[in-house]
Design a protein around this ligand. Structure first.
Ligand SMILES: Cc1ncc(COP(=O)(O)O)c(C=O)c1O
Length: 378
């Protein structure tokens, strides 16, 4: 009988870290709101908004139920109905789905091989008189060095620029934080993200009108909390107080969690220097990456599935999910919006992997991952 050798070491793809003292802090405040009955749109939501706005260096933050709803609310506030919105084809379903739900048409743009975002040249080529704006996504926490150029391009063409910063809490380029480049930024606090509120999202903006519209949209389109006049086609997109409490605490831990991820990334960077089988995505000079993902490009597009299986079965190393496995213009639901082939994304989506990285990961584990990957790639 064949004996299957399994590794005594197991490195998961990702892990969520809540320190015991943080769990106690959160539990105490959840008890408080359960006792008081102030379970939604209360003081913890307001505290989370204020602290998150300060963290991002913007004037307003509006807490909502998810990163998906924060995108849709921004796009509704920008009145995209019937208009074209440029979206990178290399992003999560929700980025383009939010455009459709808000009544707009997503127009897919090919991906930038350097940042996994978009290049100004591809954005320019996709512009038409119907284009209303551009949604930029900071994939894996990488803020492209081309952000100032993209902002300028949008301004020159009378377009707005929105950031889907679902991956990029605490990332920056040239001293500007993710979420603060364009007219508004959208964050997700889904559990896999660098920080979480269990479920949740946040709209950040310097634009008072968008902040005001977001508060209306998230609460059934009501003119205000106490009024029953519905002035927008809103929804229940509120964030509850227990979610806000979790978010407030994790936000305090965010700088330390990012520093931990950066230490692991430095181990990977050093270990992969000069190794030909795998080329990590580089952080631009003057850039800060929160390392939501550690992205590395394989030489060859065949064999990723086999490599992942080998790493898991023989070495106990689980690779994290790709960003992304398949570009959106190839997803069945978006086929009708696909106007042309987008060859860079078709190549790179199939040809990258994401090494395990998470808060609390040990440097020894990263060295082990490196030796497993190098051995597996032969
Ligand atoms: C790029 C991107 N945009 C939007 C979202 C949607 O966020 P949520 O899951 O909080 O709705 C996610 C992830 O989950 C994402 O990765």
């Amino acid at each position: 009988m064949n004996e299957v050798k399994t590794s005594p070491i197991q490195v998961p793809a990702a892990k969520i870290q809540f320190l015991p003292e943080d769990r106690a802090w959160i539990a105490e405040r959840i008890q408080e709101v359960l006792a008081s009955g102030h379970l939604t749109l209360g003081k913890y939501g307001a505290e989370f908004e204020e602290k998150f706005a300060r963290f991002c260096g913007v004037r307003h933050a509006v807490a909502v139920s998810s990163g998906t709803s924060s995108l849709e609310i921004i796009l509704r506030a920008l009145e995209v109905q019937g208009k074209d919105v440029l979206v990178s084809t290399n992003t999560f379903f929700a980025t383009a789905a939010a455009v459709v739900h808000a009544g707009g048409n997503p127009v897919f743009v090919d991906m930038d091989p350097e940042s996994f975002g978009v290049r100004p040249v591809d954005v320019t080529a996709a512009l038409t008189p119907r284009t209303a704006g551009l949604v930029v996504v900071h994939i894996g926490g990488v803020v492209s060095r081309r952000m100032p150029e993209l902002v300028e391009l949008a301004q020159r063409n009378g377009l707005w620029l929105v950031e889907d910063a679902a991956h990029a809490h605490g990332s920056s380029f040239g001293g500007v934080g993710a979420g603060a480049f364009g007219i508004a930024g959208s964050f997700s606090f889904y559990p896999t993200k660098v920080m979480t509120s269990a479920e949740g999202g946040m709209i950040v903006t310097n634009d008072g009108r968008i902040a005001q519209e977001a508060r209306i949209y998230r609460d059934q389109g009501k003119a205000s909390f106490t009024q029953n006049a519905h002035i927008r086609m809103g929804y229940n997109w509120r964030m509850s107080e227990p979610h806000a409490i979790i978010g407030v605490r994790h936000l305090e831990r965010l700088p330390a969690m990012i520093a931990g991820r950066q230490r692991i990334a430095a181990v990977y960077d050093a270990g992969l220097r000069g190794f030909e089988g795998l080329a990590p995505l580089l952080v631009p000079e003057r850039g800060v990456n929160n390392y939501y993902k550690y992205i590395a490009i394989l030489k060859d597009r065949t064999g990723r599935t086999a490599l992942k299986a080998l790493l898991r079965e023989r070495y106990g190393v689980s690779l994290a999910g790709e960003v992304y496995e398949e570009p959106l213009h190839r997803q069945p639901v978006f086929e009708k919006y696909a106007r042309r082939p987008l060859p860079v994304s078709e190549d790179l989506c199939a040809r990258h992997i994401c090494l395990p990285i998470y808060s609390g990961m040990m440097e020894d584990e990263a060295h082990y991952v490196l030796s497993a990957v190098k051995e597996a790639l032969g």
